[in-house]
Design a protein around this ligand. Sequence first.
Ligand SMILES: Nc1nc2c(ncn2[C@@H]2O[C@H](COP(=O)(O)OP(=O)(O)OP(=O)(O)O)[C@@H](O)[C@H]2O)c(=O)[nH]1
Ligand SMILES: [Mg+2]
Length: 280
Amino acid sequence: MLVGRTNAGKSTLLNALVGTKIAIVTPKPQTTRDTYHGIVTRPAGQIVFVDTPGIFQTQPSRLVTNLHHKVRDAIEGIDVIVHVADPTRSIGVEDQRVTSIVEHVPHPRILVLNKLDQSDRPFRDSWLERGPQYSNVIELSALTGKNVPALITAIFQHLPVGPLHYPEGQVSNVTHEFWIAEIIREKLFLMTSQELPYTATVQVEQVTDRKDKAGKPLVHIRAVILTTDDRHQRMLIGQGARKIRDIGSFARKELEVALNKKVFLDLTVLVDATWIDGQR
Ligand SMILES: Nc1nc2c(ncn2[C@@H]2O[C@H](COP(=O)(O)OP(=O)(O)OP(=O)(O)O)[C@@H](O)[C@H]2O)c(=O)[nH]1
Ligand SMILES: [Mg+2]
């Protein structure tokens, strides 16, 4: 289980470990909202990594409370905790919260000091002082991949013997629809500001294989952005529908590369505040 304050780089690390983009990554806090699996299968065995929402200290909100619950729920059934820390930022209340969540869990804990590629990591020494509380301390860069294999080696030392959880070749447990929705949500996060990303979620309603006019394969995707109220709906649509078009076209470009097919993305914005409760 990968756990840590928001923005520490858990999802970037998950992608580096598995070697493909499973989780979305943005510079904004609380990007990840679900606890999904990234699977690494080697001759030595299989590791199922569980990415979790980051711990985030902010005004109390239903969304943040629900996400923090998901972190606690994810502890069930895991074997090793990987605490991902960001030594470029001072140790604060969010890190204390992470520690309080994991300190009573009777499993080995590994401390990862991420962002090794950054020349200035002023809080590295403060983290290293905490090293004795962990089974291993590993410094790595999730962004460049430097030293990521050392984490895999360390985890194998702690894992029990058992059957494979997933068939060889499977890299994630997320559905195709969920993955597409996440790519759209990543672009929404990158292209909106302030509270807007936290009012919205994305649902993919239908994915169908079709042909374009020239007879070439085309993936037709119907997706909706759900937001909490009319004002945010107007902001997400934007003047002359420019915002929604820009989000859609940014997502479509990435989906076309990933799927290696033309994509038609039918994207709309609806008001439905109940999605936040669905996060539980
Ligand atoms: N320089 C550098 N930046 C990194 C590294 N790992 C992650 N980042 C950046 O840190 C930001 C947050 O990365 P995420 O992977 O989304 O962080 P997270 O811990 O999953 O965040 P939440 O899902 O919000 O909890 C992004 O802008 C990443 O590009 C790293 O090793 N080096
Ligand atoms: Mg994340």
